[in-house]
Design a protein around this ligand. Structure first.
Ligand SMILES: [Zn+2]
Length: 297
């Protein structure tokens, strides 16, 4: 393998379920059930799209998902399908292990994005899953997560934050920054404070991770905003800005939670923005792009 080799893959993290109404806010059920059927508890099936980006000695995980460090009540409430073995197997296929992940990039600290950073040891103690990784989060999100509103405090788990804080593994960021060449970061508000999204350039393509701004393909419709969002009007502005500034020149959008489509290019030719050239999910890990580091040739 050339030392300039880079690759971007999707690693299978856990599937889970959330209330369909909460995922689409004011949108009536007959509209959102056209693409996402509801179960008897009105929940829709979601995935957690976790990215693995490799460049030389750096192995970066983006949002490792919901994880398995939960009790039975939680697993049942959210219908979590734990995929720990598939996750570790996918890392093994890449010649990696939990210990060799160098960086964990967290869009934000809601439990379905940061939960995969932890596991329960044999004594039931919460432990860091990636003990040698620097965990990257925005300073504004860290502050908000530690003092959330009554509306969204259920999305943060105190024990997660305490373990991250005491492990000295955190690196905090502000505004626009770069993790390394080809991996650029920007912040969006609305869903929460200081959600950070990444823009990955490689192999002639650019990939934008949609996190919880574009969690599902349907969220490309500007007014389709999650009921979870703390500042919904800021979500609308953030969508327009990201569509204009980051997704108007053929870039590929990777969705945070959609079980039907992994990624695609955004077309604004129709009534609503929509994904074309869709990439559909597979059961195991999925290589999106590989190539060489063009800047260094
Ligand atoms: Zn979220």
């Amino acid at each position: 393998m050339s030392e300039n080799y880079v690759s971007l893959s999707i690693v299978p993290a856990s599937d889970f379920h959330l209330d369909g109404g909460a995922m689409f806010g004011i949108v009536p059920k007959p509209l959102w059930t056209k693409t996402h059927s509801a179960d008897a508890l009105n929940r829709i099936r979601l995935t957690t799209t976790s990215l693995l980006w490799r460049q030389r000695e750096r192995c970066v995980l983006v949002d490792p998902g919901i994880g398995s460090a939960w009790d039975e009540t939680f697993l049942d409430r959210y219908g979590v399908a734990v995929k720990d073995s598939e996750f570790s197997q996918a890392l093994e296929w890449e010649g990696l292990s939990y210990d060799t992940i160098t960086d964990v990039f967290l869009t934000h600290l809601h439990f379905d994005h940061v939960g995969g950073c932890f596991y329960l040891d044999e004594g039931g103690e919460l432990r860091l899953r990636f003990p040698n990784a620097v965990h990257h989060v925005s300073r504004r999100q860290w502050k908000w997560a530690n003092e959330p509103s009554a509306k969204d405090q259920g999305s943060y788990i105190k024990e997660h934050l305490e373990l991250l804080a005491s492990s000295q593994c955190m690196q905090f960021h502000e505004g626009e920054w770069s993790l390394m060449s080809g991996f650029d970061v920007f912040e969006v508000d609305g869903h929460t404070r200081g959600q950070q999204l990444c823009r990955i350039r490689m192999g002639g393509r650019t990939w934008v991770y949609g996190g919880d701004l574009f969690a599902l393909a349907d969220h490309l419709r500007i007014p389709w905003v999650m009921g979870y969002d703390i500042e919904p009007l800021k979500t609308l502005t953030a969508k327009e800005t990201v569509l204009e500034e980051h997704l108007s020149a053929g870039e590929w959008l990777i969705l945070g939670h959609d079980v039907n489509v992994v990624a695609g290019q955004v077309s604004r030719a129709g009534r609503y923005p929509e994904l074309v050239h869709r990439i559909t999910p597979t059961a195991c890990s999925q290589l999106l792009e590989s190539g060489v580091i063009e800047d260094d040739i």
